[in-house]
Design a protein around this ligand. Structure first.
Ligand code: 4AD
Ligand code: MG
Length: 466
């Protein structure tokens, strides 16, 4: 029997197929790109990757074959079509191989091809973002990213959440942090925005939360999943100017409900990836971070810890007294925690995911529910080892007057947010939600350390190539 096949189908067949099916498959044809080619003058081996699966297919050719010279001339990067005999090789390094009968060169790869067999640094690979998915690491990262996106949709859809697309261009700064990118069609801004496309100042969204809240007051449970943009000039391994955020919003809900939704979602994402990308995950564990699988399995089997911001400050003060060497040792109630502090809390104290709750209102956004102490808000950040803040969430202030008072305190204008305030007047109920930084989740499950290496074409301060 002969079939046009993909690498994924062949690996699935040898891993799960019955002996009869395996025996029936005699000849196969497949297309792909040469990863490596070596021969000793009498026998040669081509590692072919066809893009459908992380692992390569081994093609074997022999001196005396009609196509021997062509096979021997192939280089890394060449695109070929291969036809040959499918052989199970249970004793070999690979579970099967293909003994070539016919080979066609589809497209020759120029000798200037930068991806040669040696290991390249991630820094170098960032400069060739258009080619790096052809390497093992990036092939694995971007397949996991795709599987993770699907897992997120599944997680929410399975529970009846409605998927909402927030606007990308908006007149609001949802976080009120002033880190927006202006959108304009004008080339001369000296006369202001009156003659601009929208007749007013607009920007790219920093968060779809406010719009999600409007839909939660109607569908109850909703989520958004889309691009967000922040002109935050922090040039770190965790910040990008363009990133994707998942923002669920649940009505008739409080902070407790929010935290259990976060925990369930994180666990669902981890198990999906472990189940659907075993080859990639094994690779990350071997090549990127050899405690990865152990760590992720531990997360699946443990309850996330919870600590108040005030307790965290006490712990950090104690760490300083005990001689822990933070760069910033000036710990006081009201400060915004630095990432070294967050890391200390979840890595040294908890050694796993940690919810920090009840932050001072001064360091959080205007919309968060004010706690009865008058000082803190019902916020939760999920901190995880190696990443820091993975999720930021809160219960929302549902009281119209309190929300207006807070906006006034912060000197925020009401006009562009009157619609948001109105949600409180028209049957608004308590709601809670959170934002998951999608790239940070990809980093968390793959062990990759730089956000630039989990985004196909990253945009960061001073970098907008491709
Ligand atoms: O904590 P943030 O700013 O929260 C919000 O935007 C809320 N509106 C979410 C909500 O309640 N609906 O951002 C949420 C998450 C962070 O925890 C972080 O994972 C990620 O988004 N994030 C970034 N990821 C990459 N690059 C950046 N510059 C990021 N800024 C935030
Ligand atoms: Mg945050």
């Amino acid at each position: 029997m002969f079939e046009f096949v993909t690498a994924r189908e062949l690996y699935e067949l040898v891993q799960t197929g019955s002996q009869i099916e395996k025996d029936q498959l005699e000849y196969v044809e497949l297309d792909g790109w040469v990863r490596t080619n070596r021969n000793n003058g009498s026998i040669g081996f081509i590692e072919l990757n066809d893009g459908t699966y992380f692992k390569n297919v081994q093609l074997v050719y022999n001196k005396g074959d009609d196509d021997y010279d062509l096979c021997a001339s192939l280089n890394t990067g060449d695109a070929i079509n291969a036809y040959g005999e499918f052989k199970i090789t249970s004793e070999g390094k690979q579970p099967f191989e293909i003994v070539l009968k016919k080979l066609t060169l589809v497209s020759k790869c120029d000798i200037s091809y930068p991806l040669q067999k040696k290991r390249h640094s991630f820094e170098f690979l960032r400069e060739i973002a258009h080619l790096r998915p052809k390497t093992n690491t990036f092939a694995a990262v971007f397949r996991v990213r795709s599987v993770l996106a699907m897992a997120i949709h599944e997680f929410f859809q399975n529970q009846g959440f409605v998927y909402v697309n927030g606007p990308i261009i908006t007149g609001n700064d949802a976080e009120g942090a002033g880190e927006t990118f202006t959108v304009t069609s004008l080339h001369d801004l000296s006369k202001g925005y009156k003659d601009d496309f929208f007749g007013k100042h607009t920007n790219l969204t920093v968060s779809a939360q406010l719009h999600a809240e409007a839909f939660a007051q109607c569908f109850r449970d909703v989520y958004t999943f889309g691009p967000t943009f922040r002109a935050e000039k922090s040039n770190t391994i965790r910040h990008a100017a363009e990133f994707w955020m998942v923002e669920p919003e649940i009505a008739f809900a409080d902070l407790e409900d929010d935290m259990s939704l976060i925990e369930d979602m994180v666990k669902y994402c981890i198990s999906s990836v472990l189940e659907e990308c075993p080859a990639e995950m094994e690779f990350f564990n071997k090549m990127i971070d050899n405690t990865l699988l152990e760590r992720l399995n531990h997360v699946l089997n443990s309850k996330f810890a919870v600590m108040t911001y005030s307790d965290a400050i006490d712990r950090l003060k104690k760490a300083v007294t005990d001689g822990f060497n933070f760069e910033n040792k000036n710990i006081f109630w009201g400060m915004d925690l630095n990432s070294e502090h967050e890391k200390y809390l979840c890595e040294q104290i908890i050694n796993g995911p940690l919810f920090l709750i009840d932050y001072p209102k001064e360091i959080k956004a205007f919309y968060m529910k004010q706690n009865e102490d008058g000082k803190t808000v019902a916020a939760c950040d999920l901190l995880v080892p190696h990443i820091g803040e993975l999720v930021g969430g809160s219960q929302r202030e549902e009281n119209y007057d309190k929300l207006v008072a807070r906006m006034d305190e912060l000197g925020m204008k009401h006009d562009s947010l009157q619609w948001y305030l109105d949600l409180r007047r028209f049957g608004g109920v308590s709601s809670a939600g959170f934002g998951l930084g999608f790239e940070r989740m990809v980093m968390y499950v793959t062990g990759m350390q730089n956000i630039r290496d989990v985004i196909p074409f990253p945009r960061t301060v001073n970098n907008c190539e491709f």
